[in-house]
Ligand binder design. Sequence first.
Ligand SMILES: [Zn+2]
Length: 247
Amino acid sequence: MSGIQSIYKRAVDSLSGKMSAELFLKEGDHVLVTIIPSGSDDNDNRLDEFASHSIRSNQEDGSTQFNTVFCLRSVGQGCALCDVNEKISRRFGFWAYVHFILHAVQRREEWVPISSAGGMRMYKEMVDAFKLIALGCGRDNALLNQLYMIYSENGSLNKGVIRISRIGQKLSTTYNINMTTQDLPLSNEILKKAKELPGVHEYYLNKLNTQKQRANPVALTSPDAIEQNNEVNDNMDDVEKLMKELF
Ligand SMILES: [Zn+2]
């Protein structure tokens, strides 16, 4: 094994053996991360843009889910989905070291309930792992602009801890990217491992190849399921208060 395959294998192996290193936010999630690339190096492909298709599929239980599929035109190759005029959307992806996630709903027992003085309750999941986070650029590049603002104000994307939030359901789903005042420096060991992470395109291409070998069809990412959540506190002011109180 050589070249890209070995780079990919090393990266995947170092990601605690999980094949999928992507992180998908669910409604009401607030993810605290340190972005790995600084954003200033054009050759650092651990931050990159790409095109994708959103393919709808109906589940046996009657629900609908969307699979985000990497468009091969992103890397100058032919794309079967473009050939049948599937709509394209623009995304950007980056590697981040995920410290923890605050969830609005407790889906696992091991998540630790935390409450603010104001009575807001969230559930903390420790992650402490590298994850690839890919997000839509947003209408008029709104979300990409948020990332760009962080870069402009700090001269880098990786100088501090950033919070990525997902708010709202279905068509009203929005994401926010904010700089926080958290102080969670990465160890030298983590920084060393970060150098082995593959580029964003590289990651998706290799995932595609791996799935082809398994004769799996086109879906490249885990399903971004539409969920029916209840009682999710969407109030960003409450989240800010809780963050200030607890961290
Ligand atoms: Zn395509």
